[in-house]
Design a protein around this ligand. Structure first.
Ligand SMILES: C[S@@+](CC[C@H](N)C(=O)[O-])C[C@H]1O[C@@H](n2cnc3c(N)ncnc32)[C@H](O)[C@@H]1O
Length: 288
């Protein structure tokens, strides 16, 4: 079990209220400035997660902040990002429907800001590994920073690589996670890296991307191909006003899953070609 005492360089989730909350690294001798006062990390290091701290100067500010251990969802929503990130609900389904867990070997493309990379890195511990690739140097730099801040360097390698055109020196991986603009172009390579029974998941914001990706997954004989969309509603719980919140994120993206098998034709139940039901004579559909 990981320690519940906050140590130097640990990431902490500092919470003032529903809207004001930050993911920060505890560094002795340093502090964190908020418009509700200053948080001294020396007041935090050595304390238990789940403690509180008061902002300084105590006489003029003195606001109470909760110090929580960051959850995987906090990594996603509060880390430095520039690219579109995967939302916690989608990340949850990715983990459950790919089977990624302790010991899994995973390829991810692209890493973007590294939000999903951190989630994956967190779950494959202590003996798995995430090989994450991106074509943009800026994304690689940002993702590496986020992975280091989450203390996941031993479980994640972020490298420059194009999953469509490059050859990665890995095979027999348990799962491939795609979050990129043209996933259908990566299916052939992705399937070649997967072990038999391994899972592939592709996250795409549009149906057009999903259709092309599913078509390629079928071409490469994947099975158990399913696409889902998750819609999460937060419920406001208030005296005489308990109901769904008025504002919500209406769409994140579609998740398409599939599995690799050694797919050969069934010699016992070979389908006869379908009888032509209709013939088309000068544009007129007629029964054959
Ligand atoms: C939407 S972002 C990924 C966000 C990421 N899942 C996260 O949670 O932060 C898409 C990334 O895919 C990368 N990308 C696009 N084509 C790629 C390719 N062929 N190989 C590797 N990465 C690629 C882009 O550079 C971009 O950083």
């Amino acid at each position: 079990m990981s320690s519940d005492i906050i140590k130097e360089n640990d990431l902490i989730f500092l919470v003032l209220d529903e809207k004001r909350r930050w993911l920060v690294q505890a560094k002795s001798g340093n502090n964190f400035h908020t418009h509700k006062g200053i948080i001294e990390f020396d007041d935090i290091i050595g304390k238990n997660y789940g403690s509180v701290v008061f902002s300084k100067p105590l006489e003029t500010q003195g606001y109470k902040f909760y110090i929580l251990k960051p959850l995987p969802s906090d990594y996603i929503l509060h880390m430095t990002r520039k690219t579109q990130i995967i939302y916690p609900e989608d990340a949850g389904l990715i983990l459950l429907y790919t089977g990624i867990g302790p010991g899994s070997i995973v390829i991810e493309a692209g890493c973007g800001s590294g939000a999903l990379t951190c989630i994956l890195g967190n779950y494959i511990r202590p003996n798995g590994h995430v090989y994450s690739y991106d074509v943009r140097e800026k994304s690689i730099k940002r993702a590496k920073k986020n992975v280091s801040r989450a203390n996941l360097d031993n479980f994640v390698s972020i490298q420059s690589g194009d999953i469509i055109n490059d050859e990665f020196p890995i095979s027999d991986v348990d799962a491939i996670v795609l979050d990129m603009a043209t996933p259908w172009n990566a299916i052939e390579k992705a399937v070649s890296y997967l072990k038999l029974s391994g899972t592939l998941v592709s996250f795409s914001p549009t149906i057009e991307q999903v259709k092309k990706t599913v078509s390629k997954m079928k071409e490469y004989k994947m099975v158990e191909i399913n696409t889902y969309e998750l819609i999460k509603r937060k419920i406001q719980v208030k005296e005489n006003a308990t109901r769904p919140e008025v504002r919500m994120i209406g769409h994140t993206g579609y998740l398409t899953f599939g599995r690799k098998i050694n797919n050969i034709k069934n010699p016992y139940r070979e389908r006869k070609p379908k009888e032509q039901l209709y013939v088309n004579l000068n544009g007129m559909p007629l029964r054959g």
